[in-house]
Ligand binder design. Structure first.
Ligand code: PLP
Length: 377
């Protein structure tokens, strides 16, 4: 049985990257590896759409999130944290772990944030707030946040804008420098199409200034050390050599396709998924604030959501994601990010239809796939 991965991370890895990672390992303190790092660095800047260095950390995405909190803040600083799902909550958990008082902006799961809520707090709290922490694509709900609008607000304040783009990078529009985003965090196992294990972060000059003053305790994730190294095409500690080598291939593919085409492909594929879902008589979880990286769908009445995901995976080899936390059993999620192709999505919907029928949900068989295909061309 062939396995299909339609989960919002990890995502499938292209053969070019798999093959490169399978080659014998090389040493990292060599001109050969420095050349690779240099190329990877240039192409990461292209994908992040920034002129600032993109730091590469050996961890999953959360490591970069932690590094950003510890490297930018000092005791007594305040933060604003937008919480509309599990990953937004993580920013709050990280602030709490470092003793940073944060003001939560709680958004109903599945709904869009009103950026004015951030402006109100910034006006009231003034320069005590040193960071606004938001999630571009809230993977747990499939909601996208209007980062461009938030950046317009934060640029007039002392606070930096920190964006978790772990699932959004390379899938939804994100113009780091043009929009004026200070910090962008991402990871390797989503839109960047390689296995888990690398995290990335870019920082603006405004963010680096804050980092200069930061006194929170930190060591491995002290971003200043990574900045010093990246300028010499080096890393402070042993990098995940083979993942970087795989990333080089994945970035080549992205560069070849071009960022605009890449974003358009995600837009088209995710629209096809939404239309197919509706054709099946199912309801989108975030119809007004959907992200183009992952689509969340309400589990229909009478169907066991856990069983749906499990049957698709174990009986048919198609992995989708269920709901997390309060959404457990209530939604399922289909990713459209990275190397998930139109053919993968067709297989996904064929299996979804089969399993929905098995579990007693009725619709006109084939209508989902037909709608999907119509929208994919
Ligand atoms: C996957 C994801 C994370 C967590 O990243 P890890 O790589 O699991 O540490 C954080 N935020 C968002 C939005 C994600 O999609």
């Amino acid at each position: 049985m062939k396995n299909y991965l339609l989960t919002p991370g990890p995502t499938p890895v292209p053969l070019e990257a798999l093959e490169a990672m399978a080659r014998p390992i090389i040493h990292h303190r060599t001109p050969q590896f420095q050349e690779i790092l240099k190329e990877v660095e240039e192409n990461l800047k292209y994908v992040f759409q920034t002129k600032n260095p993109v730091l590469i950390l050996s961890s999953s995405g959360t490591g970069a999130m932690e590094g950003v909190v510890a490297s930018l803040l000092s005791p007594g600083d305040k933060a604003i944290v937008v919480r509309g799902g599990k990953f937004g909550e993580r920013w709050g958990e990280l602030c709490a772990a470092y003793g940073i008082e944060f003001i939560p902006v709680d958004v109903e799961w599945g709904k869009a944030l009103d950026p004015q809520a951030i402006k109100k707090i910034l006006e009231k709290e003034g320069s005590k707030v040193k960071g606004v922490y938001v999630t571009l694509c809230e993977t747990s709900t499939g909601v996208a946040t209007d980062i461009e609008k938030i950046a317009e607000i934060t640029k007039d304040y002392e606070s930096v804008l920190v964006v978790d783009a772990i699932s959004a990078l390379g899938a939804v529009p994100l113009k780091t420098d043009e929009w004026g985003i200070d910090v962008v965090v991402s990871g390797s196992q989503k839109g960047l199409m390689i296995p888990p294990g690398l995290a990335f972060v870019s920082l603006s000059e405004k963010a680096w200034k804050l980092a200069e003053k930061s006194t929170l305790p930190k060591f491995y994730f002290n971003l200043k050390a990574y900045k010093k190294s990246v300028e010499k095409n080096d890393t402070p500690y042993t990098p995940a050599v083979n993942l970087v080598i795989g990333l080089r291939e994945a970035l080549k593919l992205i560069k070849e396709e071009g960022i605009e085409n890449l974003i358009n492909r995600h837009r088209k594929n995710s629209k096809a998924v939404r239309e197919a879902v509706k054709a099946l008589g199912l309801e989108l979880f975030a119809p007004d604030a959907y992200s183009e990286a992952v689509t969340a769908v309400r589990v229909p009445e009478g169907v066991d959501g856990g069983k749906l995901v499990k049957t698709m995976r174990d009986k048919y080899g198609v992995a989708i994601a269920g709901g997390q936390a309060q959404l457990k059993g209530k939604i399922f999620r289909i990713a459209t990010m990275g190397y998930i192709t139109a053919d993968d999505l067709k297989k996904g919907f064929e299996t979804l239809e089969t399993v929905l029928l098995e579990l007693g949900y009725n619709f006109e068989k084939g209508v989902g796939i037909k709608t999907l295909e119509k929208n994919l061309v």
